[in-house]
Each structure stands twice: as C-alpha cells, then as structure tokens.
Design a protein around this ligand. Structure first.
Ligand code: BG6
Length: 463
C-alpha cells in the first residue's frame, strides 16, 4: 500500500452535544439537542419535569478532555474535529454580549489540543441551536436568525482567530430535509415551503459567515458539511437511473449552492413544479456568491432507489428511505457497508466542484463486548475503516484532492439518531450504558492500536 500524502490530516470527529454533557454548566442555555433527548428524529420534550437524559452528561468530555486529548495524541492524531455549542456562547441566541465562561471553555480546549499539535477542525453548528431561537423566533424559518448566527460566528472567529484555521459551517446541512427540528429548528410537520425557506436562510447565513471568516482570519479555510448520501439506481432501467439522479440532487443541491454561489436550474424547476415560492432578496443573491474553500462530508453507507412505486414501498428500508442494495452487507443498525462507494463519491464531488475534499465522518457503529480478560477486540471496526481508507487512497490516485480523514466518534459518544451508548464508533471505549450507568472510564480497544499504526505508517499498513 502506497503512502498517503504528508499533508494528509488524520484524526477523529465528535460533536459538542454528543460528547460534552454539562448541558447547563457555566451559563449554557438549552439547545434544540437538549430538547430532543431521544435523538435527532425524536420528539421535543418538556424539560420542566426533572427527568435527566443521556446527552445531559454524554461522556462528560466537558470535564474530561484533558485526559481524552492525550489519548487522541497517543494515536497520532494531527487534527480533531469537534463543534462549538452555540448555546454555550449565546445561551439564548439573541444576546449581544457572549457568555465569557462558554468562550473560556473552548479557549482551554483548543489550547489543550495545541499542546499535542492537534489541529482543531471546528463546526459552528452541529445539530443544535439555542432553543430560545425556536420558541421566540421560529428557528431558521425567521430571517432574523441569519443575523444571530452571523453574530455568533463572528464572535468565535474573533476569539479563536489565532487558534482555529479550519472551520465548517453547518453539520450535514442537508439533514434538514429528514429532521427539520434538528437542522433548522422547525416542527417535523412543517411544509416543504417552510423547510426550504428555512434552508435558504441557513444557506445565506453559511455564505455570510464564509465572508466573515475570510475577513477576520485571512489564513483560515472554511468549508461546508454534507451528508454524503450517495444513492444508486436499483436497476439499469432509465427511469431508475433518473430517479437516482433526482435523489442525489436533493443533497447535492446544498453543495451546488455553497460551491457555485447560486441556485441550480433543476432546483428552481423543483420549486416551481411543487408550488414552493421562496423569498429570496437581491442581497441574498449577492451574499450567496461567497463560496466555500473546501467541501467536507460524512460517509457511512449507500442505498438504492427505484421509480417503481410499488417496489419502493415494498422494499424501502432505513431512515433515509432507501431500498437496500442486494449486493451489500449491513451493520447491526441496518446501515449498508460500501467501501467502494466512498471512492465513487469522492470522484463525483471532485469532478463536480474541483474543490478540496475532507472526509470528516466515517465509521462503524457496533455493539462492543469486553472479554473476560478486559479486552475489546473490535476487528469488525478495523475491517470497516481499513476497507474505506483503501478506497480513499484509490481516490487520491484518481487525482482527487483530499485534505484528510476524521473517523466518527474516535471515543465512544452518544448516538445522534438513537441517543444510545450501545451504538459505539470509538477506538476508545467509554464505560457507560444506555441507561446512563457506568464509571465513564476510558479503555483502549484493539482498533486503537491499529489506527495508531495506520497513522504512523501514513497508511502503509492498510491491507
Ligand atoms: C452523522 C452525524 O449523521 O452521523 C453525527 O453528523 C452522528 O452526529 C453520525 O453521530 C452517526 O450517526 P449515529 O446515529 O449512529 O450516531
């Protein structure tokens, strides 16, 4: 196996709401994530009833990062992706003055990473926003949220301009189509018009903060973040091929706007065919021209689609309503494992945009067992990441410009979709179960040593 380029960033990715816990500590306000304790597709709860939920403590990264970061360093990480919890900085979202305790927390976190030469890759909003913005303003449905977000982003750009040089705007920005509360702070029964208007506001906000980032930190790079939901036609029937193209455009649309600075024609047709009348101002059109520097994306699985409605209804499977691919195996959670798909996706994105790509999430959620000797032999996870990295390397050979790879959840964290601990992605085990019991002790899995070897050898040990 040939080596990966020297400049290739190696690391892992977590998110504030799935790792930090401390959900009301040091002035933090309630976020949409706090109000959706059963996962990103789950209902909102009333938090006045004194119940506690798993994300409230998560893996207590807020208090334990000083011992977690050395573990990442031990694996050889050159970067760590995490997010800033917006509601730590602006507890309600509409304040003028930020919460100093929240800012200080991330100062310390980034300083700790710097001690180990781990470069921060920071998502401005990972599946959360201050809940007050939802109740008082209607989330991203309200144009005012653009200014609140811009104020938040400029505050953290100013504060961390010497510490953070790689930024991402919205995690999996296309997720709003599947989980409107998580993505844009809208109720799950919102109409398509409402959701796309909120998405429009978010796209404008994303573009505006790209400009702000370039102005405030000229030597930084800022990217988007897409859920890379590659869909294949179930058969080679032309109708199925077209259906797959349409399905892929549902998420590529976000990348098209963020990379090209304008709405693609196919989307304008979609809006017109579906009586979706968006309010798009001249200023929005101007702002959208602030395009991103690089594209980041998550990749876990692929799926199939068919134009045959009966067949589709009969066979559709997972959360993204795709038809299972008969040629692929699935994880315990029904996510289909497709290493070759990441090469295809990387090539598609490179051909389409000619901008550097960053794989900021990939990995296998699985149940881990501890042997009587106290080991966790997660060969299935090693296999999954090995096979994907081989395809990433192939894509580099294909000429694709790839900045780096951060595996999802290098330390076990709370699952976003299920809000459970038992769906583990980590190289580091955390002693906590779905009921919230456990010591929170950290333990190296077999994959820890494997990933360490891969990073050390710059990929030469991949098989
Ligand atoms: C991505 C999200 O969709 O997938 C992460 O950006 C999430 O937040 C990850 O954790 C894996 O999903 P899950 O549901 O297995 O945690």
């Amino acid at each position: 196996m040939a080596k990966f380029p020297d400049s290739f960033l190696w690391g892992g990715a977590i998110a504030a709401n799935q790792a930090e816990g401390a959900y009301l500590t040091a002035g933090k306000g309630l976020s949409t994530s706090d109000m959706q304790p059963h996962g990103i597709f789950g209902p909102l709860v009333n938090r006045t009833d004194n119940q506690s939920f798993i994300k409230d403590t998560a893996i207590d990264f807020y208090h334990q990062y000083k011992t977690d970061i050395p573990l990442f360093a031990e694996m050889g990480f050159t970067c760590l992706r995490t997010s800033i919890a917006w509601s730590r900085i602006f507890p309600q979202g509409d304040e003028i003055i930020p919460n100093e305790a929240g800012l200080a927390f991330y100062d310390d976190l980034f300083d700790e990473m710097a001690k180990y030469n781990i470069q921060p890759v920071i998502t401005l909003s990972h599946y959360e926003m201050p809940y007050h913005l939802v109740t008082q303003y209607g989330g991203w449905g309200n144009r005012k949220t653009i200014a609140f977000f811009e104020h938040y982003a400029c505050t953290v750009f100013e504060r961390y301009k010497d510490k953070v040089k790689l930024w991402l705007t919205f995690n999996e920005i296309n997720m709003s189509l599947h989980a409107p509360m998580t993505g844009v702070g809208l109720p799950s029964d919102s109409s398509s018009s409402e959701v796309y208007q909120a998405i429009h506001h978010q796209l404008v906000a994303s573009a505006r903060v790209v400009k702000a980032c370039h102005d405030i930190i000229p030597d930084a790079q800022i990217g988007n973040m897409l859920l890379g939901g590659l869909v294949y036609p179930l058969t080679c029937k032309p109708d199925d091929v077209w259906e797959a193209m349409t399905e892929n455009r549902k998420w590529l649309f976000f990348g098209d706007v963020q990379c090209r600075g304008q709405y693609p024609g196919y989307m304008l047709r979609y809006f017109s065919d579906n009586q979706i009348n968006l309010t798009i101002t001249d200023e929005d059109i101007h702002d959208l021209k602030n395009t991103i520097d690089f594209i980041s994306f998550s990749y876990y699985m692929t799926g199939c689609i068919t134009a045959d409605k009966d067949e589709y209804e009969k066979r559709r499977g997972n959360i993204f309503t795709m038809v299972p691919n008969p040629h692929l195996e699935s994880s315990e959670w029904g996510w289909q494992i497709d290493p070759k798909g990441i090469r295809t996706l990387l090539n598609i994105l490179w051909d389409r945009y000619q901008k550097p790509l960053f794989i900021v999430e990939n990995g296998l959620g699985a149940v881990d067992e501890i042997t009587p000797e106290g080991n966790i032999n997660d060969d299935y996870r090693i296999q999954y990441i090995n096979d994907h990295l081989i395809q990433v390397h192939e894509a580099i050979q294909d000429g694709v410009d790839i900045m780096g790879y951060t595996s999802w959840g290098p330390i076990d964290i709370v699952s976003a979709s299920k809000a459970e601990m038992s769906k583990r992605y980590g190289f580091i085990y955390v002693d906590r179960n779905d009921q919230g019991d456990g010591t929170l002790e950290r333990k190296r899995k077999k994959s820890f040593y494997w990933y360490q070897g891969i990073i050390k050898s710059q990929g030469e040990l991949l098989r």
